[in-house]
Design a binder for this molecule. Structure first.
Ligand SMILES: NC(=O)C1=CN([C@@H]2O[C@H](COP(=O)(O)OP(=O)(O)OC[C@H]3O[C@@H](n4cnc5c(N)ncnc54)[C@H](OP(=O)(O)O)[C@@H]3O)[C@@H](O)[C@H]2O)C=CC1
Ligand SMILES: CC(=O)C(=O)O
Ligand SMILES: [Mg+2]
Length: 539
């Protein structure tokens, strides 16, 4: 429908067209808005001040989340301007850690549908349901089935908060127009009994469907997307690790898709490791790395680091010798018979060791936590890392904050300020005994997926490859300034996230054209294509 024909109350109720009190006198004439708004005509700047002040009136993060959620439903451009101009303040509300709480409370704070719900009861009709979506040119889909929401486990249909949040970041951090974005919840039931028994729960109150029944439903969705939204990139998010790998392997070579927890996370972690070499003076190709946790996040990182080491001239088996994994049962090694397929390449010929035993045996330079279990880096762990390194690198990646392997305060205190630290969810600056102050970085895939998605979109890519994540990691690492490195920070300032995403997108799109992965003709100037695509939040 021609947007100019949307008038009166319908214009005010349309979040993408609504300017509320900023509608000018001429617009009020044209769109028949007189009487439907107060007399004063305000600027968007004044509106920004008002919403920010009202946000600050809210007394808890979940109240701030609900406030922002309502703003997004009322006035999209104001919401995205508020978020992108105050990204460091807004990220912890619309994303981790508060988005975790919002998912846990999803059914209790629900106000209005955002995103598309596809339920197991829609089998056979997924195409028709996709056609109910109000926008016809979808380019980015973030889909979850809610089974591994951050480190919070199976949250069933409540997991919808994650695709909504990730897609808000596509707009706020990479300028992708909200109409290109479609959050999807594949509601296949939940094995979380307390949710099934919650009278307010909004999903299917049955156990999860599994096996072929599950895979064929996902397949119906993926194939329907190819038909209804043929240009759309599918980002798989927060699937349980075995499904995450199974779906990625099934579709990565033929469908435009990636798994953010495996591949996006990997690029973010690799970038941090590369940047850390600028502080420690180690050569990347000489590093030894250990992981606590051996799920999709940890092995995804391992796989990309292996690729990066091979690109530095190591053989694949030499690269594997640099990567050691420990899970709840101890070291991933050949003698174990309980390993999942994605662990097998990293099972070393080595007798079983405990976590601390493995640190002391292997003496890693870098320790990466992706367990989903808070407190698993205790003082003994941090001190063991310090015994072997002047400046150990510690990435405590689990989300939300309650699941972080350690806090920033603990990491700096236990290491006497010597650790190079970043965490998946943000921690405030830390001052340790003696008055030394540290600003911990945030090691989160938000640095990667918006740029990679935008690059794939600008290049009209047919598939996403691991090389794109390697490119994204290297581009991101170069954005850390000398001053940041001197301060022990290995991720660039989040205030620069839009520029960073644009740089990543440019590199990814360039690669797409170089490799002939583009589905449309190559434009003359990629930078201009990206600039022209930028969503304008200002009215
Ligand atoms: N910062 C970021 O950008 C990202 C962070 N993450 C976070 O990573 C975490 C893990 O995600 P994912 O890999 O998908 O989850 P998984 O559940 O697949 O993996 C968790 C791994 O940790 C192991 N583990 C559990 N408890 C312990 C313990 N006490 N000691 C040692 N190992 C343990 C598990 O072993 P076992 O199987 O034996 O239980 C498993 O190998 C989540 O919290 C998620 O939020 C994920 C993506 C991005
Ligand atoms: C950040 C993210 O993707 C996760 O914790 O799952
Ligand atoms: Mg995730």
């Amino acid at each position: 429908m021609n947007e100019e024909l949307i008038i009166g109350i319908d214009r005010l109720k349309n979040p993408s067209l609504n300017k509320s009190t900023a509608f000018t006198s001429e617009e009020r004439d044209k769109y028949k808005l007189h009487g439907l708004l107060p007399t004063a005509i305000t600027t968007q700047d004044t509106q920004l001040k008002r919403v920010l002040a009202n946000l600050h009136r809210q007394e808890s993060n979940i109240a701030r989340y609900i406030f922002l959620n309502s703003l997004q439903s009322r006035n999209e451009r104001l919401f995205f301007r508020l978020v992108s101009e105050n990204i460091k303040e807004m990220l912890p509300i619309i994303y981790t850690p508060t988005v975790g709480e919002a998912c846990q409370e999803f059914a209790h704070i629900y106000q209005q549908q955002k995103g598309l719900t596809l339920s197991a009861t829609n089998r056979g009709q997924i195409k028709e349901v996709l056609q109910n979506w109000p926008h016809k040119d979808v380019r980015i889909i973030v889909v979850t089935d809610g089974e591994r929401i951050l480190g919070l486990g199976d949250l069933g249909a409540n997991g919808m908060g994650i695709p909504i949040g990730k897609l808000s970041l596509y707009t706020a951090c990479a300028g992708i127009h909200p109409e290109y974005c479609m959050p999807v919840m594949l509601d296949v039931g939940t094995n979380n009994v307390s949710l099934r028994e919650d009278p307010l729960y909004l999903g299917l109150t049955q156990k999860r469907i599994q096996g072929d029944e599950y895979l064929s439903l996902v397949d119906e969705f993926v194939q329907a997307v190819q038909e209804i939204f043929p240009k759309a990139l599918i980002q798989f998010e927060d699937f349980l690790t075995p499904n995450a790998y199974a779906l990625l392997e099934k579709y990565r070579k033929s469908i435009l898709c990636f798994n953010d927890d495996i591949q996006g996370t990997a690029a973010m972690a690799l970038s941090g490791v590369l940047a850390s070499c600028g502080i420690t003076g180690h050569a990347f190709k000489d590093l030894r790395l250990m992981f606590l946790g051996a799920g999709s996040a940890a092995t995804g990182i391992g796989d990309l680091i292996k690729l990066a080491l091979v690109a530095e001239g190591l053989t694949e088996s030499e690269a594997v010798q640099r990567l050691w994994f420990v899970d709840e049962n101890g070291l991933i090694c050949k003698e174990r018979d309980d390993l999942m397929p994605h662990n097998l390449p990293y099972a070393h010929e080595q007798p079983m060791l405990s976590f601390i035993g493995a640190i002391n045996h292997f003496k890693p330079h870098v320790l990466i936590g992706a367990t989903g279990v808070g407190g698993t880096f205790n003082s003994k762990v941090v001190k063991a890392m310090c015994k072997h390194n002047e400046h150990p690198v510690l990435l405590s990646l689990s989300n939300p904050t309650s699941r972080s392997e350690c806090t920033a305060q603990q990491a700096y205190e236990w290491s006497d300020g010597n650790v190079i630290f970043a965490s998946g969810s943000p921690f405030p600056p830390v001052t340790i005994e003696g008055g030394r102050r540290f600003i911990p970085g945030q090691g989160n895939n938000v640095y990667i997926f918006p740029g990679v998605g935008l690059g794939a979109l600008a290049g009209d890519a047919s598939i996403i490859t691991d090389e794109m994540f390697l490119i994204a990691a290297k581009t991101l690492a170069k954005q850390v300034s000398k001053t940041e490195l001197l301060n022990g920070t290995i991720y660039p300032d989040l205030d620069n996230i839009l520029d960073i995403s644009l740089l990543i997108a440019e590199q990814v799109a360039t690669y797409v054209f170089e490799q002939g992965l583009n589905r449309s003709p190559q434009p003359g100037d990629i930078k201009k294509v990206l600039q022209d695509m930028m969503y304008n939040t200002i009215y």
